[in-house]
Design a protein around this ligand. Structure first.
Ligand code: MRU
Length: 356
């Protein structure tokens, strides 16, 4: 891993190698930071499993992987009619995780491209679908860059940023959303510290954010989620910056469980709370956050840490993977088009409406 401002290919979460007969490779994010390895997803079931198990995770990266997943599915189901193969593929991928809007946005785009190609030989369909998935991947990369461009001046020079979960390169097709802003600020020679909350139950902050920031040479300090109020009370946080999984049209934002608590605390302490997300994370059909489907995951994730039990066998568990932060607690949403200040239905529409 190169240090300094340069990203290296170990942060490329999703890679398609070769032509339509090639393979989808994913960095196995479950094993980081102790083990870095890419695994191949040769079948539709393996792509679905990779998304469901968080081998690939983070809303934009899930979307990028699903784009290639459509190619994998349509290739595997060559024996079926075009429409049946498409239906089966999209349905399987859509069932992998419910909250990240990017998954469904990409599936809708892949489906409509596939529908235009109906009637063509399957090999030609596969080639066009692979082009489309690659274009979606490249778009996500460009969106991350643009989010960094619009957001880096908000990073408090000489101050500290608290982030939660992981919204970096590994979570996207590019340099990341929230961490993309921070990576870009470092490229612009802004000096600042970052606090990464560890993000129980699956520790994306400890395992991925701390790793990505440390490996890229940033000044990162890891804290347990339980320490964040004290950190703010001590005056050690100047900005809270997180990613998003789905944003309703009034700006209510679903992100990793624990984000809502940080937003409430930031409000209490008068600390600006920002979200960074591409337009593909917005779900403009939803009036507000009450309509966002929240994934509930296996109790084992809370009863233990990485396979080691830490609680009584069989104890009752509640394990929602995400929570919803009301727009009124959000100072701004940094998108690829610019910053939506004080998000509400009107300001979201003004930024995204004509461009969607
Ligand atoms: O369950 P995960 O790890 O997929 O949750 C990820 C998050 O909550 C991220 O903050 C969000 O997807 C933004 S990624 C740029």
């Amino acid at each position: 891993m190169e240090r300094g401002n340069t990203m290296d290919e170990r942060l490329d979460a999703v890679v398609w190698q070769g032509d339509v007969e090639g393979q989808l490779l994913l960095v196995d994010q479950r094993r980081l930071p102790q083990v870095w390895e890419r695994i191949a997803c040769p079948s539709l079931a393996s792509v679905v499993e990779a998304i469901a198990s968080l081998t690939v995770r983070g809303a934009p990266a899930i979307g990028v992987a699903a784009g290639y997943g459509v190619v994998v599915g349509m290739r595997e189901l060559r024996g079926l009619e075009h429409e049946a193969a498409l239906q089966q593929t999209v349905e399987a991928l859509a069932g992998s995780r419910p909250t990240a809007r990017n998954l469904f946005e990409v599936l809708e785009r892949m489906r409509s491209r596939a529908e235009e190609l109906a009637g063509q030989p399957r090999q030609a369909v596969l080639a066009r679908l692979l082009e489309h998935a690659r274009a979606i991947h490249a778009e996500d990369r460009a969106r991350c860059e643009a989010i960094g461009e619009h957001g880096w001046r908000l990073v408090p020079a000489g101050g500290a940023v608290l982030t939660h979960c992981h919204a970096g390169a590994l979570a996207t097709g590019g340099i990341g959303t929230a961490l993309g802003v921070l990576h870009r600020a470092r490229r612009e020679a802004v000096a600042f510290a970052v606090y990464a909350g560890e993000t129980r139950p699956l520790l994306q902050g400890a395992r991925l954010t701390a790793w990505e920031l440390q490996e890229t040479g940033a000044d990162v300090t890891l804290v347990c989620d339980t320490m964040t109020a004290a950190l703010m009370a001590a005056g050690r946080v100047d900005m809270v910056l997180v990613g998003a999984d789905r944003i309703a049209r009034n700006g209510d934002t679903a992100n990793k469980i624990g984000t809502l608590g940080l937003a409430v605390m930031a409000h209490h302490f008068g600390i600006p709370f920002y979200v960074a997300a591409p337009s593909s994370t917005f779900d403009l059909k939803l009036a507000d956050g009450r309509g966002i489907p929240i994934e509930e995951r296996d109790a084992a994730e809370v009863r233990g840490v990485r396979g080691t039990p830490t609680a009584p066998d069989g104890v009752k568990v509640w394990n929602p993977a995400f929570d919803v932060t009301p727009a009124r607690l959000i100072r701004g949403i940094i998108t690829q088009f610019g910053v939506i200040e004080s998000p509400c239905e009107a300001s979201v529409a003004a930024m995204l409406g004509a461009r969607q």
